[in-house]
Design a protein around this ligand. Structure first.
Ligand code: KG4
Ligand code: ZN
Length: 358
C-alpha cells in the first residue's frame, strides 16, 4: 500500500510517500519520498511563526513540494492508495492549504483521504527507526514534546491511548523558543539553546524544577521562563552581570530536561511500562536523550524517531494515515474539515466514552 502524507500545520510544508506491504505493520514502513520545506528564514526576523506569512508560504510551497515528492518516489498520483493529511491542531491557514491539496489529489486519484491529528503523527514517528535488536511495539509510554504541546500518554495499542498529563501553560518547545528570545539567541530556540549550552555549566544556576506534585503528570513551564527573565534582568538592562550566557543557557536547558526526564520515567513506573518513546521537535535535544539514557537504566528501553524526523515532516502523517486506513478503509474525502484546536484528550480513553479506539 502506498500512502501520500501531507503536513502543513505550522511552519513546514511537507509531503512524503510511505510504502507498507500487505500483511505488514507500522514497523515495516519504507519511506519512498520525504520532502520538507522549512519557513525558518521567513519567520526568523520576527522571533516566531507569523500565521499570515505561514499561510502564504504554504500556498507557494505546496505545489512544488508535491511535485518533488512524486519525482523522488518515481510515482504519479495514480499509483497511490490513500492520502493522509494533518487536519489539526495547528494554524488554520496552513491546515486549510494542506487539506484542500489533499482533497484534490485524493479526488483526482480516486483514493480514500484520512485526516490525522498532528501529535498522533509524532507519536508513531519512532516506528520509522526500527532496530532488530530492540523492536518497538505497544504498549509504551510516550513523551510528546513539540513547539505547541507537552504530552504524556500510555499507548496500549494503535488508537488505544490512555491520557496521563500535559502542560498547563507553555509547551516545552515554547519554553526553549521564549528562553532563546530572552537570551538573544534567535529562532528556533531549541537548537540555539542546545548549542550554547554545550559550552556551559548546567549546574551553575538553580532554575526551578516545577513538578506539580498533585497532578503528577502535568507540566508547567511558564514559571521557569519568568525565572529566566528575572535572572537576566540586569543583563537585559545592560548592567553588570556575573554569569556567562553559556552557563545560563545550560542551566535553563537542564531545568527543562530534569523535569521531562523525571516525569517520563515516573510515568513508566506508574504504568509498569518498560518502553519509553520520545517524539516531537524537542526530542532532537541531545542533552534530553543523554539524560534519559543515564536515568532510565537497563529496565526501560528508549525509542526516538530518526533525528531528521523529530521535527515536522509528512512521513509520520503517512504512517498514521496507513494505520487509520487499516481500521477504517472507507474514509471519505468530502466530509473532512480542519481543526485549529483539537485536544489530544479526544484521542484518548475512548473506550471509557463508548467510542471505538481509532
Ligand atoms: O514538532 P515541531 O517541529 O513542531 C511543532 O509541532 O511544534 O517542534 C518544534 C519545536 C520548536 O519549539 C523548537 O525550538 C524545538 O521543537 N526544537 C528543539 C530542538 N530542535 C527543535 N528543542 C530543543 N532541542 C532541540 N535540538
Ligand atoms: Zn510537530
Amino acid at each position: 500500500m502506498l500512502i501520500l502524507g501531507l503536513e502543513s500545520s505550522c511552519d513546514e510544508t511537507a509531503a512524503a510517500i510511505v510504502e507498507i506491504h500487505d500483511g505488514g505493520g507500522l514497523e515495516d514502513a519504507r519511506v519512498l519520498a520525504n520532502v520538507v520545506v522549512s519557513q525558518l528564514k521567513e519567520h526568523a526576523l520576527y522571533g516566531g511563526v507569523v500565521p499570515e506569512l505561514a499561510s502564504r508560504a504554504h500556498i507557494r510551497h505546496i505545489g512544488p513540494v508535491l511535485t518533488e515528492t512524486f519525482h523522488q518516489a518515481s510515482l504519479t498520483p495514480k499509483n497511490i492508495h490513500g492520502v493522509a493529511v494533518t487536519i489539526g491542531p495547528g494554524l488554520i491557514g496552513g491546515l486549510l492549504v494542506g487539506l484542500a491539496t489533499a482533497k484534490g489529489v485524493a479526488l483526482a486519484a480516486s483514493v480514500p483521504l484520512v485526516g490525522i491529528h498532528h501529535m498522533e503523527g509524532h507519536l508513531l514517528s519512532p516506528f520509522l527507526t526500527q532496530s532488530i535488536a530492540k523492536p518497538l511495539d505497544f504498549p509504551f509510554v510516550a513523551l510528546l514534546v513539540s513547539g505547541g504541546h507537552t504530552i504524556l500518554l500510555h499507548a496500549r495499542g494503535l488508537g488505544d491511548y490512555e491520557f496521563l498529563g500535559q502542560t498547563r501553560d507553555d509547551a516545552v518547545g515554547e519554553a526553549f523558543d521564549k528562553g532563546a528570545r530572552l537570551l538573544k539567541l534567535g529562532y528556533p530556540g531549541g537548537p540555539a539553546i542546545e548549542k550554547m549550552a554545550e559550552k556551559g555549566d548546567p549546574h551553575r544556576i538553580p532554575f526551578p524544577r516545577i513538578m506539580l506534585d498533585k497532578k503528577k503528570f502535568d507540566f508547567s513551564f511558564s514559571g521557569l521562563k519568568t525565572s529566566l527573565k528575572n535572572h537576566l534582568a540586569p543583563w537585559l538592562a545592560g548592567e553588570a552581570f556575573a554569569d556567562r550566557i553559556e552557563d545560563v543557557a545550560a542551566s535553563y536547558q537542564e531545568a527543562i530536561v530534569d523535569t521531562l526526564t523525571g516525569k517520563a520515567l515516573a510515568a513508566c513506573r506508574h504504568t509498569g511500562s518498560h518502553r519509553l518513546l520520545v517524539a516531537g521537535g524537542v526530542g532532537a535535544n541531545q542533552r534530553l536523550r543523554a539524560r534519559l539514557h543515564e536515568d532510565a537504566g537497563e529496565e526501560i528501553a528508549l525509542y526516538f524517531p530518526p533525528l531528521s524526523m523529530c521535527t515536522d515532516n509528512a512521513t509520520m502523517i503517512a504512517l498514521a494515515g496507513w494505520a487509520h486506513l487499516q481500521k477504517n478503509p472507507r474514509v471519505h474525502w468530502g466530509t473532512l474539515d480542519a481543526r485549529a484546536r483539537w485536544p489530544i484528550r479526544e484521542l484518548c480513553n475512548r473506550e471509557k466514552m463508548g467510542a471505538p479506539p481509532l
